[in-house]
Design a protein around this ligand. Structure first.
Ligand code: SF4
Length: 435
């Protein structure tokens, strides 16, 4: 077995053609150094060995057929349009592949995932079927690792883990397979820079999401580093109001009690801001929030002060952006009657796609083929936490149905959804023709 020491620092960007992520040495991420014997960041060179299994599990001939038909197909009076960018992103592809490689590399070890590898039930089910245990979420994140001992293998997901979790895992002596996506590492790089230079990282993201928690923890690895997680425009507006002197510090402390660094002092910590985000948020909203905060800082400090006190980088990952752009292009093209968005209900990037669509036409966010029932569709409305069943969702007669899928949705799931939708009309995949 070849064990590699972390490479010298290089830009942790990714190669979007190959999906390969860059890496940082552990110490630069606030992780302990000296991790070369038990820390893997680049897979095990077993791509060929696991490739056939991955294809068997996640490929779909039906999706390949839709692509051959240039993403638009007809069967009977049903027209199907598939967004040109959908499904597995390079980061998820890589993380899932590493999980399979890890099982192959350590056939006799106990292998764990620090949480769901991605937010997709089908993928998580298949990973568990390989005897990889997904550690349950705990209020205290460290508590989930109580059963991890030296020699065990723990896979860290594409969205990363917090510095505290990493430090704890290192101390156990377990083997770590770190699949943190290069695009997430890129956000961390900016957060580090902000913290080093005395800027508070304002993170557009959900403070309870694994990725945002991991990103926020990076800010605390520098003395005086601070963060504030802003979920949406309403929360950003409140921060803007404080900057403009329209609300007091107590209001900010209350509202962001669970979404800010310990001891966050709005008077002190909202003086210099650096913008970052959870990579899977709605890009248009991230940009709006950035502009709202920029305007508030300009109002408070003037143009000259703004240069000194405000930083922003584009930290939406290109895969998220490509999927959002593709669905927008599809909606702006030929009219559609219904949209089906496929992805885990807790998948942020799938929710962002559903939001884009729901603002324009009837949209059903489903998490897999089982949601397509004979007489109804089971789906999740925006911002709700329970599924609903809607009957008569697919009207009789000609229907133009759009499809897209979040970055954690494999093609086999998309293909099976299409097969079931066709079956509702008494159609089969071999009846699909180009439009
Ligand atoms: S959505 Fe983006 S950041 Fe997240 S795993 Fe995929 S490529 Fe990486």
């Amino acid at each position: 077995m070849v064990l590699e020491a972390p490479a010298p620092w290089r830009d942790p960007g990714h190669d979007s053609a190959t999906g390969a992520a860059g890496e940082w040495p552990a110490a630069d991420l606030g992780y302990p150094s000296g991790v070369s014997q038990t820390y893997f960041q680049k897979g095990f060179g077993l791509k060929q060995a696991v490739g056939p299994v991955l294809s068997a599990n996640y490929a779909s001939g039906l999706v390949d057929r839709l692509k051959e038909l240039d993403y638009v197909a007809r069967a009977g009076d049903l027209e199907l349009r598939l967004a040109r960018e959908f499904g597995f992103c390079y980061g998820v592809d890589r993380a899932v592949e590493y999980a399979y490689e890890t099982r192959q590399q350590f056939p006799d070890r106990r292998v764990f995932l620090s949480g769901e590898i991605i937010h997709n039930p089908d993928v998580n089910m298949r990973v568990q079927a390989m005897d990889i245990r997904i550690l349950p979420e705990e209020k205290d994140p460290i508590a989930r690792y109580a059963d991890i001992h030296a020699g065990d293998v723990v896979i860290l997901p594409a969205f990363g883990v917090t510095v505290a979790e990493m430090n704890h895992l290192r101390a156990t002596g377990c083997v770590l397979v770190d699949t943190t996506c290069g695009s997430v590492l890129n956000v961390w790089k900016n957060v580090h820079k902000y913290a080093r230079e005395g800027f508070t990282a304002v993170i557009h993201g959900k403070h309870y999401h694994e990725e945002t928690k991991a990103t926020a923890s990076q800010a605390l690895t520098h003395e005086g580093g601070q963060y504030l997680c802003v979920r949406d425009k309403d929360e950003a507006e409140l921060v803007c109001a404080f900057i403009r002197g329209q609300v007091d510090a107590a209001t900010i402390r209350d509202r962001f009690a669970h979404a800010a660094s310990p001891g966050f002092d709005p008077e002190r910590d909202l003086g210099k801001l650096g913008l970052a985000n959870q990579t899977t948020m709605l890009m248009s909203e991230s940009l709006e929030i950035q502009e709202m905060l920029r305007a508030a800082m300009r109002d408070r400090h003037g143009e000259a002060g703004l240069q000194e006190r405000f930083r922003a980088f584009d930290t939406i990952c290109s895969a998220t952006q490509d999927r959002q752009d593709a669905v927008l292009r599809m909606l702006e093209g030929s009219p559609l009657d219904i949209m089906v968005v496929i992805g885990g209900f807790n998948s942020s990037n799938t929710q962002a796609l559903a939001r884009i669509c729901a603002a324009r036409l009837p949209t059903f966010h489903i998490d897999g083929p089982d949601c397509i029932e004979a007489d109804a569709i089971r789906h999740r409305r925006l911002g709700e936490h329970e599924d609903v069943r809607s009957g008569e969702w697919l009207p009789a007669g000609p229907v133009r149905l759009g499809l897209t899928a979040g970055a954690s949705t494999p093609n086999n799931v998309v293909g099976e959804v299409v097969r079931r939708i066709l079956a509702l009309r008494g159609l089969t995949p071999d009846q699909l023709q180009g439009a």
